[in-house]
Design a protein around this ligand. Structure first.
Ligand code: GLA
Length: 392
């Protein structure tokens, strides 16, 4: 749980000390003084409910045990340095977006004025960029926590999620929903978060299991346009559906019983997009109920069905993900699917504990035969959300 009122005088919360020391040392080495604050935020896996958060549907993500750390100190302009390869240092004014990684941090500062003139920032991360694990929400939520504290505000988890959403949606220009920022800011260890995006209501669902995350090795970049294009298709499909059902305010409100008629009203490919939204909404509700009953096998089956819908109806999968999911099912996983926006990223798999290593080895071998490279699966568990790690 995020605690904005962490005590002062260099107090530290529990957490991986080495990672905190690393970001402090990067900051100190770069700027020649110690940071005033360090905050961190996790990535996320979405169990199910894909592309529903901008269609008024339910989603069921959990925060994962891999995080991004942001150290911050005062500055006149924005100076940013990253410990990750491929992210060169940036020195800039707040101004217009520049199309690089600094936009996620500056976007947060602009959204809320924390602090609007500038800051010195150092970032380290355990999250691959483009891995479908929401590295961008981890960065922007952690930046919101650090910058908010630096400016003397005490933003709560809702305020962090809102600042990060504004940065990505309004400033970076990805027309995302609110799933990623919400779970990254609010997550509770050992729980998934059921979020009804029509109302904003959330419910913590105990999730003691682990899932295997298998990176496809295909990096997606949401700013490239496919994501915004899908969102525009959904907006158009809603307009067309409203000519038949004027009371509809979001596609996810369309009842399953009306799907057959809706599909006849819509030109291709909008018919497929709506089929995904309506069936995924039903699957997500069913998965949440199955999770409450502790029936992981049923949840997993819904995941596999969800993958077919992403592949055939939303058309946002890639061959690497399709091969991983098919191999998982063939070799005895309980279920598997692509997680996150798609066009690359990662596949998640649920297995019986006793079968896990055999299934994973066989899936990796199938993938290696087909794509000539070996994937690196790892185990994700439901972790806690954003936190302040250090305040000087
Ligand atoms: C990205 C977006 C989210 C959501 C997912 C797809 O992660 O940031 O808002 O739309 O894609 O479910």
């Amino acid at each position: 749980m995020y605690h904005p009122r962490m005590s002062s005088n260099l107090s530290r919360t529990a957490g991986p000390g080495a990672a905190i020391e690393q970001v402090i040392s990067l900051f100190q080495h770069t700027y020649g003084f110690a940071p005033a604050v360090v905050a961190s935020a996790p990535g996320r896996v979405n169990l199910i409910g894909e592309h529903l958060d901008y269609n008024g549907g339910p989603v069921l993500p959990f925060a994962i045990n891999r995080r991004t750390w942001v150290a911050a100190g005062p500055g006149r302009n924005f100076e940013l340095v990253s410990g990750e390869p491929g992210f060169p240092p940036v020195h800039r004014a707040a101004g217009a977006p520049q199309g690089d990684w600094s936009d996620y941090v500056v976007g947060v500062a602009r959204a809320v004025g924390w602090p609007s003139h500038g800051a010195r920032i150092a970032v380290t991360s355990e999250l691959p960029v483009g891995g479908g694990l929401s590295s961008s929400a981890a960065l922007s939520v952690a930046a919101a926590a650090a910058l908010g504290r630096l400016a003397g505000s005490l933003p709560d988890a809702d305020a962090l999620a809102e600042a990060a959403f504004r940065a990505e949606h309004d400033y970076v220009g990805v027309r995302c929903g609110r799933m990623d920022q919400t779970v990254v800011a609010h997550a509770i260890e050992g729980h998934a978060l059921y979020l009804d995006t029509a109302t904003g209501a959330t419910r913590a669902c105990p999730f003691p299991s682990t899932v295997w995350v298998v990176p496809t090795g295909v990096e997606h970049a949401l700013t490239e346009g496919s994501y915004n294009a899908r969102r525009a298709e959904c907006t158009r499909a809603l307009e067309l559906c409203r000519s038949r059902w004027p009371e509809l305010t979001a596609l996810a409100e369309l009842d399953l019983s009306r799907l057959a008629e809706a599909v006849t009203l819509l030109p291709a490919p909008l018919d497929r997009r709506v089929r995904h939204v309506v069936t995924e909404t039903a699957r997500t509700r069913a998965a949440s109920a199955a999770l409450e009953r502790g029936n992981l096998a049923e949840v997993a089956q819904l995941l596999t069905e969800g993958h077919a819908s992403l592949r055939d109806d939303y058309q946002c999968s890639v061959p690497e993900a399709d091969v991983l999911v098919a191999a998982a099912v063939e070799h005895g996983a309980l279920g598997a699917r692509l997680t996150g926006a798609g066009w690359g990223g990662s596949v998640i798999m649920l297995t019986e504990e006793r079968d896990a290593s055999t299934v994973i080895d066989r899936v990796a071998a199938t993938f290696a035969r087909r794509f000539d490279r070996t994937p690196a699966p790892w185990r994700a568990r439901a972790a806690g959300g954003a936190r302040l790690d250090l305040v000087a």
